[in-house]
Design a protein around this ligand. Structure first.
Ligand code: CUA
Length: 179
């Protein structure tokens, strides 16, 4: 038997399965079940991949909802680009926009309070990565991702784009305050 030459018995699938081959197939099958179970286990106990809901939306609808929250709860602006710093009431829905190449706006949240964070993109796919928490969510245009977040530690968090989105990808950073 050779792995290089064509098989002597050309109708190899009509041959009985070898015991050793059967053992390997069985090992691979059991391991695939373990890996499948791990996805569920990791989701519950991994503390990393948050449960989220996704809805269809449009860029215009999402931008309007974000703008409404910004108009109502902006407390100051920051950086040269005059990015609004928004302090919404605890428990409210907050909207974060990803676009070439910025996250908008900056939110200031209260420690221990729960918020519903909505994410969407205005142009291409971006990656919402919250540092140093290691929370990662893909952000797509025309889809609204909703995640419940309860910040447990105060401080300044960085939002980094972790899906390559063009020449300015490495500059696509934002921030979030927890007080
Ligand atoms: Cu946005 Cu990379």
């Amino acid at each position: 038997m050779s792995a290089i030459l064509p098989p002597a018995e050309r109708l190899w699938w009509k041959q009985p399965i070898d015991k050793l081959e059967f053992i390997w197939v069985a090992i691979a099958f059991v391991w695939s079940l373990v890996m499948f179970g791990m996805m569920i286990w990791w989701h519950i106990y991994g503390n990393q991949n948050l449960s989220n809901e996704t809805y269809k939306t449009t860029k215009e609808m999402f931008a309007a909802k974000a703008q409404a929250v910004v108009d109502q709860y902006t407390v100051r602006t920051e950086t040269d680009q005059q990015v609004p710093v928004v302090k919404p009431p605890a428990g409210s829905d907050i909207y974060l926009i990803g676009r070439l190449w910025a996250w908008w706006p900056i939110y200031e949240l209260e420690q221990g309070k729960t918020y519903k964070l909505h994410l969407s993109a205005m142009d291409y796919m971006h990656g919402f990565s919250l540092q140093p928490q290691n929370i990662n969510i893909q952000v797509h245009p025309n889809y609204e991702h909703v995640v419940k977040i309860t910040p447990t530690q105060s401080g300044t968090y960085s939002i980094v784009c972790n899906e390559y989105c063009g020449i300015g990808h490495h500059t696509m950073v934002g921030r979030m305050y927890v007080k």
